[in-house]
Design a protein around this ligand. Structure first.
Ligand code: S3P
Length: 442
């Protein structure tokens, strides 16, 4: 039996809510806390399966971590050279961020380790990290570029200058972490700006980085000093489902509290505003080096727009739900330069196009994006029907939102992985006004 959702049509979104903690920041809080000297106390930690996988990996590396208890986690740092050889392969579960950042962190250790993941992670490309790490002197084996990843011990890594071929925060972060263990300076240049949580948090831990345009440099051997407190903001990638939900459901008025507003993450808001959404950031503040705001969103009519490569990395995880927004818009939306979507937890171009078409939307996948014909002029944008999430959390949540503008109920198959990034999603969606129930399907 497959855990699945059934979403009844219609509804409106109201109230105030805080979605769970930011996944990217939660992973990094444990990683940096672990290799720092001293104790780091984290609040607002994402108690989702992905961040828990990272916690368990560091426990296996000899780090004492308390929690999570109501989002509170205490990491007893062991220092840059304090990690211990693990007895068994390290299980990253569904978490690409965990595996790729760990490759960087573990490549320069004096002990070997093996990183494994679930079925989806085992299909994802790791060469993008393994190759530059090999240039630094790491000894890494993969199976045709895919996990499991075997890291052999090396005496030391060497700093390199590396121009990344893909705009990937995970690759950049892995190289920064490896750079800590390298002799000399590591310089990384990214083709387009990507999320900079690693840079911000390393700085908070007392590491000196030099940033110049799209280049960032780190000198090896720097010691991290524990940050006594990290307050993780709500994840804008989880908030995005409710931003779109309240926008497309007539009569909605919702406030999302304490949302992380790092400018390398807010592409989803820029795109929705360009499409005509009514989103206002209130009470802007800064928490632990990350900007935060409360977002008020009211329903609004949307217009289809072109979304080009410049906007893609800043909204990379939000495309599944942006495709749903595009289906509700007036006119055509054309997404280009988004080929990275094909190597996420699922092939998000193929899987979203299949699902949208199953619900009656004209959606044409392209090698690097999608063309969607908006159906704003129809009483119901989506037909009822059944869609496959392919075990991808963000696909499952995106089609849940589609239910608000559907003619009949939508069945979403295989939703177990929603818990990787958004524990309590069903309850949060129900409380906000979505008619969602959990069902078991053959
Ligand atoms: C992440 C970076 C992005 C994003 C992922 C989280 C991170 O991946 O899709 O969900 O925390 O660094 P890429 O670096 O592969 O684009």
């Amino acid at each position: 039996m497959l855990s699945s959702y059934r979403v009844s049509p219609g509804g409106r979104i109201n109230g105030r809510r805080r979605v769970p903690g930011d996944k990217s920041i939660s992973h990094r809080s444990v990683m940096l806390g672990a290799i720092a000297g001293g104790v780091t106390r984290v609040t607002g930690f994402l108690e989702g399966a992905d961040a828990i996988s990272t916690m368990n990996v560091f426990r296996a590396l000899g780090v004492v971590i308390e929690g999570p208890t109501d989002g509170a986690v205490t990491v007893h740092g062991v220092g840059l050279r304090g990690l211990r050889a693990p007895a068994e392969p390290l299980d990253c579960g569904n978490a690409g961020t965990a595996m790729r950042l760990l490759m960087g962190l573990l490549a320069g250790q004096r002990f070997g380790s093996t990183l494994v993941g679930d079925e989806s992670l085992s299909r994802r490309p790791m060469r993008r990290v393994a190759e530059p790490l090999a240039l630094m002197g790491a000894r890494i084996e993969t199976v045709d570029g895919k996990p499991p990843v075997v890291l052999q011990p090396v005496p030391e890594l060497n700093g390199i200058e590396y121009r990344m071929p893909v705009a990937s925060a995970q690759v950049k972060s892995a190289l920064l972490l490896a750079g800590l263990y390298a002799h000399g300076r590591t310089v990384i240049e990214e083709p387009a700006p990507t999320r900079d949580h690693t840079e911000r948090m390393l700085t908070a831990f007392g590491v000196r980085l030099e940033r110049q345009g799209r280049r960032v440099a780190i000198d090896g051997g720097q010691l991290l000093r524990a940050v006594t407190r990290i307050d993780v903001p709500a994840d804008i990638s989880s908030a995005a489902f409710f931003l779109v939900a309240a926008t497309i459901a007539p009569g909605s008025n919702l406030v999302l509290e304490h949302v992380g507003m790092n400018p390398t993450r807010t592409g989803v808001i820029d795109i929705l505003l360009r499409m005509g959404a009514d989103i206002v950031a209130e009470n802007r503040r800064e928490v632990g080096g990350e900007p935060v705001a409360d977002l008020r969103v009211r329903s609004a009519p949307l217009t289809g727009i072109p979304i080009g490569p410049d906007l893609v990395p800043l909204a990379i995880d939000e495309f599944p739900v942006l495709f749903v927004a595009a289906a509700c818009a007036q006119g055509r939306t054309v997404v280009t330069g988004a080929e990275e979507l094909r190597v996420k937890e699922s092939d998000r171009i193929a899987v979203m196009a299949d699902g949208l078409r199953a619900l009656g939307v004209t959606a044409t996948p392209t090698p690097d994006g999608m063309v969607i014909e908006g159906r704003a002029d129809q009483a119901h944008v989506f037909d009822g029907g059944s869609v496959e999430s392919h075990g991808d959390h963000r696909i499952a949540m995106a089609f849940t939102v589609a239910g608000l503008r559907a003619r009949g109920s939508i069945e979403i198959r295989d939703t177990r992985n929603v818990a990787t990034s958004f524990p309590g999603f069903v309850q949060a969606a129900q409380a906000a006004g979505i008619g969602i129930e959990e069902v078991s399907l053959p």
